[in-house]
Write a protein that binds this ligand. Structure first.
Ligand SMILES: NC(=O)c1ccc[n+]([C@@H]2O[C@H](COP(=O)([O-])OP(=O)(O)OC[C@H]3O[C@@H](n4cnc5c(N)ncnc54)[C@H](OP(=O)(O)O)[C@@H]3O)[C@@H](O)[C@H]2O)c1
Length: 232
């Protein structure tokens, strides 16, 4: 069974993705907003969090280091640790993100890769103690890979934490159960600015419905809004 997926994001009032580019507020500062975001993250008690390639590269900050000697690699699955207390998951279709270890601040790393990622990259991940799942199709088989996360790693609840395209793709595929947005007292307003959710020219108008689950003032000018995601 695939995990229950909650898309957890912080956004400006106009849907901005990058807090560093927002207006300031006398109600609170970005650092405090981030702390509140992380505190709410913890309350979900999810076994895993997942981000796109760009966000994971910002977090891992590792350089390429292919193994000096040949390493046998498995396809489509390599499990380095199936009993971790928690998991950090990256969507990386072309195998661009590198890691220094399979442990990211206490979370075991699992990378969801495109079908054609090279053996050399798989060998680097294996050597680093990182788990991976390759897509069974030439696009990213998101439903199949989420099923594998549930079956092989026992992940029941997963926080989807951006960026925009990854959020949009999972919503369009009917793979998100809930939105948890922390709305900051700020505006982005840049023309063409990145938003917290993005999906193709058509958008998501025919893809899903949202029903309000709750709205709470969590201080520092922040509202925490939660919506159940249904089928359109
Ligand atoms: N406000 C928030 O709560 C929040 C949360 C997280 C991140 N952020 C910020 O968001 C920024 C990054 O967001 P981003 O949207 O530029 O990048 P991202 O979502 O982190 O990564 C996008 C990349 O993920 C890969 N990807 C894998 N599967 C995908 C799919 N199905 N759909 C779309 N992309 C897929 C693609 O890599 P390839 O290009 O290799 O194909 C794509 O370019 C960072 O600066 C980060 O700090 C904000």
């Amino acid at each position: 069974m695939r995990p229950y997926v909650i898309c957890h994001m912080i956004t400006s009032l106009d849907g901005g993705l990058h807090p560093s580019r927002w207006t300031k507020s006398p109600d609170g500062e970005r650092a405090t907003w981030s702390e509140t975001y992380e505190a709410i993250h913890k309350t979900f008690a999810a076994e895993a969090w997942m981000v796109g390639r760009v966000t994971m590269a910002e977090i891992s900050r590792a350089a390429p280091h292919p193994p000096a000697e040949a390493v046998d690699v498995a396809r489509p699955l390599h499990v380095a640790d199936r009993n971790a207390a928690s998991y950090a998951i990256a969507l990386d279709p072309h195998g661009k993100v590198h890691f220094n270890s399979g442990d990211l601040d206490g979370d075991h790393v699992v990378v969801l890769l495109g079908k054609d990622v090279s053996d050399e990259h798989l060998a680097e991940l294996k050597n680093d103690g990182v788990s991976y799942i390759l897509s069974s199709t030439s696009d990213m088989d998101l439903p199949g890979m989420l099923e594998t996360l549930g079956r092989e790693f026992g992940i029941r609840r997963l926080l989807l934490e951006g960026g925009a395209g990854v959020n949009g793709s999972l919503l369009a595929a009917g793979l998100v159960d809930e939105l948890s947005f922390l709305v900051a007292p700020a505006l982005d307003a840049r023309k063409g600015a990145d938003r917290v959710v993005e999906f193709s020219e058509a958008g998501l108008a025919h893809a899903c419905t949202l029903s309000l689950l709750g709205c709470e003032n969590v201080g520092h000018g922040l509202l925490h809004v939660r919506y159940a995601v249904g089928n359109a």
